[in-house]
Design a protein around this ligand. Structure first.
Ligand SMILES: [Zn+2]
Length: 249
């Protein structure tokens, strides 16, 4: 959900956290779930026929680079390609991760710096086709709409300039413990949350420091969400992962 929550006020988020927890019927301990207002498969087929908003201005040509092809130590856990997401059904047909070229190259440099400290990058979400943002919006009840981006405006994920990620331990391959779970809607997810263990906060702050050193900015309510500095230079895209052209070596 990430980018779409970015305009949330603190208080509306707190109220909505309570609502979302009440609505969470699933026993999964690692993902929040809601009951979609209409069948998601219907919404997907409608959204695929719709068109994103036309934006005025000059934009760079898109160059979505696949992260795992740039650096094999970048690992993926793409919940939106599985049932493990808030709509409990796959939204992506493939578990892949793309960013615009400068953001992808910056992320690879972040990974190199962290590798020297014993950690690898684990990616949860990156570029998101616009139609998926529309499905999120249409599937979400009105009282939870603030958790999802308005498709008439799109999101930074739609521009290929936002990434949700965490760290894994290079020795064990295990995901590190952070102050909250990914997509957890509580104050533990806040980038400046002062609770949790010293080790959890140290790892969260290490990720943030290395991301900031390469032009990414953390979202204050989610330690895992980062925007790349040039996001305004890219327009909303709607291309599906399987149709993204990849440069020939
Ligand atoms: Zn995000």
């Amino acid at each position: 959900m990430q980018n779409e929550k970015h305009r949330l006020s603190f208080y509306s988020k707190i109220i909505s956290i309570s609502l979302l927890i009440i609505l969470s019927a699933c026993s999964s301990a690692t993902f929040f779930h809601i009951t979609p207002v209409r069948p998601v498969n219907e919404l997907i087929s409608e959204a695929l026929k719709a068109s994103p908003p036309v934006e005025q201005g000059e934009f760079r040509n898109p160059e979505l680079f696949e992260l795992t092809k740039l650096d094999s130590t970048i690992h993926l856990e793409i919940g939106y390609a599985t049932n493990n997401n808030f709509l409990s059904t796959p939204l992506y047909s493939q578990a892949r991760a793309f960013l615009q070229r400068p953001a992808a190259e910056a992320l690879v440099r972040v990974g190199q710096k962290l590798r020297a400290k014993g950690y690898g990058l684990l990616i949860h979400d990156t570029y998101r086709p616009w139609y998926v943002t529309k499905v999120f919006w249409e599937a979400t009840p009105d009282n939870l709409k603030q958790f999802v981006a308005d498709p008439s405006k799109g999101s930074k994920h739609n521009r290929g300039c936002a990434v949700d990620l965490t760290l894994y331990d290079l020795k064990t391959g295990k995901t590190v413990d952070m102050p909250s779970l990914y997509d957890e809607m509580s104050d533990r997810a806040y980038a400046n949350y002062s609770g949790g263990t010293d080790e959890q906060r140290k790892l969260r702050d290490l990720l943030r420091a290395e991301m900031e050193s390469e032009g990414f900015t953390v979202y204050e309510f989610e330690w895992w969400h980062f925007d790349y500095k040039d996001w305004q230079l890219y327009t909303i895209q709607n291309i599906r992962f399987e149709d993204i052209p990849q440069p020939t070596p």
